[in-house]
Design a protein around this ligand. Sequence first.
Ligand code: NAP
Ligand code: ZN
Length: 363
Amino acid sequence: MFYLNTKIFFGAGAVSQGKEHIAALGSKALLVTGRRSAISSGALDDVLALLKELHISWQVFDQVGENPDLDTIMQGATMMSGSGCDLVIGIGGGSPLDAAKAISTVCANQLGIDEIYHTEKFHKAYPIVAIPTTSGTGSEATQYSVLTDLRSGKKAGWGHPLAFPRLALVDPAYTLSTSCEVTQNTAIDALSHLLEGLYCRQREPLIFPLIHKGIALIVQHLPRALQNPDDLPARAALSQASLYGGMTIAQGSTSLQHSIGYPLTSAFGVPHGLANGIVMPQIMELFWDAVGDLVTDALASFGMDRPGFLTWLSRLGLKAEMQIDEAFIRRSVPEVMASRNMANNPLEISPQQIASVYRSLMR
Ligand code: NAP
Ligand code: ZN
């Protein structure tokens, strides 16, 4: 089945194209943002101009950091319930967009901090509008929200159909202000999502053409965007690929590729996309017997093969600052094995195989 409960406007002026749809969603908006990017990308100015025109009032919650934590969600939900907002607009990278989804469900269902992951208690949600300023997570087109519990130090996601944004307004120009580092890490995140659409046990062949196109767009346009950050067509290609990545994981969810990266982010602060990227060759190797033909087809669709892809990836020079030791591996392997995404792997994976992937990063 292919299911996506989001109206998507893509391209220059996407925010104003969504005008009449926003007008129908609410009368007071909570704007959920990071500390700077909503402003530096130009997205906030566009949204405020539109809200003024529509006579929709707003309140800003700009406290969302990278890898949003449960306490931040509760603060945002408290602001929302005290301010009479009936619409949530997330503006930023995946972190503010994921926070917007959680604030909406927590506030609508009056959940406590220990109930944020209890999706069986989700009976309603305030409408969510997602305006991405990075090109990586595809969160604007998914039902997922990835959060960190600071008490346990664990990062994990939840998903619920009510968390699909009602509107995704994707203007690639908002990504022009991202640094090369964020551009690269987020593109690698999108690449992970697209590959995981092939790896996933519940893969949806209807979306394979978008997966093929998305991988091709990243391989062809990421080097251009890194060389010239002002190259808008290259930025647009990455935003399109990111959106396809979101549409892909919305159908089948992520797998080991993501589960193995979360502890690297929680323990060493490795950015999400980079955490996926540094294990990408190892995961492809682990899954090759089950999905090698699907990956081969995807790469062949734009004239590439596996060795060519691995060379392209290694040229990016992905590197992360980490102090992986046996204690980290002993702690993290059970966490990875217990993660919900492991059910999506195309074949059985043992704790020893996960430990070997981590050990490969010690060299
Ligand atoms: P992010 O954590 O949202 O942002 C990373 C950094 O980039 C922040 O410092 C942010 O600044 C900055 N930034 C964002 N847009 C910018 C712009 N246009 N110009 C300048 N700086 C900008 O990064 P992300 O990779 O997009 O999101 C990662 C999160 O999404 C992770 O928690 C990941 O697990 C999650 N994720 C969710 C899904 C899903 O389906 N829901 C899928 C994959 C990943 P500010 O702090 O000022 O905003
Ligand atoms: Zn991801």
